[in-house]
Design a protein around this ligand. Sequence first.
Ligand SMILES: NC(=O)c1ccc[n+]([C@@H]2O[C@H](COP(=O)([O-])OP(=O)(O)OC[C@H]3O[C@@H](n4cnc5c(N)ncnc54)[C@H](OP(=O)(O)O)[C@@H]3O)[C@@H](O)[C@H]2O)c1
Length: 257
Amino acid sequence: MEHINVGIIGGTKGMGHWFAGLLRKEGCTVHVCGRKTKLQINDLARLCNVVVVAVPISATAEIIKQVGPLLAKNALLMDLTSLKKEPVKLMLKNSRAEVIGCHPLFGPQLKDVTRQNVILCTARGKKWQPWLKEVFKNNKLTVLESTPEKHDKMMAIVQALNHFNTITLGLALAKTNIPLAEISKFSTPIFRTKLEIIKKIFTESPELYIDIIMGNLEMGKVLDIYEKELKDIRQTIESGGGTKLKEAIEKAAKKLF
Ligand SMILES: NC(=O)c1ccc[n+]([C@@H]2O[C@H](COP(=O)([O-])OP(=O)(O)OC[C@H]3O[C@@H](n4cnc5c(N)ncnc54)[C@H](OP(=O)(O)O)[C@@H]3O)[C@@H](O)[C@H]2O)c1
């Protein structure tokens, strides 16, 4: 295979920066750009046979439309977006290049990525997919091929519902108007773990989590289930139905574990 020059749009920080490090380790030449870098999108398209879109979800569509038409048929256009249906559709529509949607299921702060999951949605071409799989496998990541539709359906649960639940808990905690210092004096290990998760979402980059929830078209269905569960559990508790709740938990445990 020819020498691989990779251009990462959004490679100055976050997930794009993490991917740049991984690819350099694999012997690729990596160029990155952000909004203020000297190299810009046109330069990356000219210099590279692989172009990666790793910008915030809200900017992804615009960047794909900009870079897609600049790439040759034998190049690879891929992304790292946390949603796959819309970006993959746009990459196919706006370029002739091979297209792979990619979603590493962890954040750029994670020090050891061994056995973490990466989802690939190979959408056009056969040339680049074996190379990309090899890159991840060399770094002990677990690669799974999926369709963009299935990916987004699963992310409605693993990310959107999960983060929705955390945001709800954090907002409810704030509404109690009891200072955290006071709550902490009474805290348990499980509560402190949950608080750490709330802190991460509320203080690191809330916009990423909001985009993950709001951009997932499957979210409505999942929220309907969640809302109904909340109402049912409350009703059961208020009507003194401890046994009914225990039965419901046991039935769910059998299904889940
Ligand atoms: N963070 C995670 O945990 C995580 C995990 C998996 C996947 N992802 C996905 O990775 C992508 C990036 O997320 P992130 O958390 O890494 O974001 P981030 O930390 O905010 O980094 C975004 C990058 O994009 C650049 N950028 C922003 N707007 C741009 C624009 N209009 N044109 C060109 N470059 C632009 C930024 O550089 P400048 O600010 O210098 O312009 C920066 O390099 C998203 O699609 C997200 O869904 C994130």
